[in-house]
Design a protein around this ligand. Structure first.
Ligand SMILES: Cc1cc2nc3c(=O)[nH]c(=O)nc-3n(C[C@H](O)[C@H](O)[C@H](O)COP(=O)(O)O)c2cc1C
Length: 187
């Protein structure tokens, strides 16, 4: 698939077929993460690939953080079922010490964000779906997966063959709303 087609047609997928992911496809997605640019090429991302059903169920349970969702009127994370049902869940972590910290900017989040973009676009290009799940109980998840204290968990990515085909994406602002030329605000 052409890169622009992948960008235009990628959507968050929250329903998956009960069908395993071929090893080569999973490997290709991990390779896409591997090739992402990063601060000084330090490659601060660390991934945990989870396939075990009971661990995925526990991860799913940790994606509902009441203090975040309850005030919004949510009784679950919209991706809670996806985390339990997708054949694979990728836990994207980063080591902040292996990235830049400059003038109050934490570049490990940028590095991990670019890796996440590669992951989701590669999945789309291979006919798979994913969704960035950014709300979870980090401390409990670290304990569950034996992730060291110094590492941050940045996102969870259910991965699998889509069982839904979301149509037109949620609306996006026109380019003119967020882009100016030569000077801030100039159209
Ligand atoms: C940093 C980040 C965190 C997100 N966290 C969640 C989440 O916890 N649960 C969820 O269902 N979707 C989550 N999403 C998915 C967004 O809701 C989704 O990308 C957005 O609504 C646009 O829809 P699209 O991906 O289909 O284009 C997250 C996306 C990003 C980039």
């Amino acid at each position: 698939m052409d890169i622009f087609d992948a960008i235009k047609t990628r959507r968050s997928i929250r329903k998956y077929l009960d069908k395993p992911i071929e090893t080569e496809k999973l490997q290709a997605i991990l390779e896409a993460v591997r090739m992402a640019p990063s601060w000084a090429n330090f490659q601060c991302w660390r991934l945990v690939v989870v396939k075990e059903k009971d661990i995925k169920a526990k991860i799913s349970g940790l994606s509902y953080v009441e203090s975040f969702f309850a005030p919004l009127g949510y009784k679950s994370n919209p991706s809670m079922k996806a985390l339990a049902e997708a054949p694979v869940v990728i836990v994207l972590c980063a080591d902040p010490e292996k990235s830049g910290k400059l003038w109050n900017q934490q570049y490990y989040l940028v590095d991990a964000g670019i890796a996440a973009g590669n992951l989701m676009l590669a999945a789309r290009g291979l006919g798979l779906g994913s969704v960035f799940v950014g709300v979870f109980d980090e401390d409990k998840l670290k304990k569950l997966l034996n992730i060291p204290d110094a590492i941050r968990i940045v996102g969870l990515f259910p991965l699998g063959y889509p069982a839904e085909e979301p149509k037109a994406g949620p609306s996006r602002k026109p380019v003119s709303d967020f882009c100016s030329f030569e000077q801030w605000g100039a159209k």
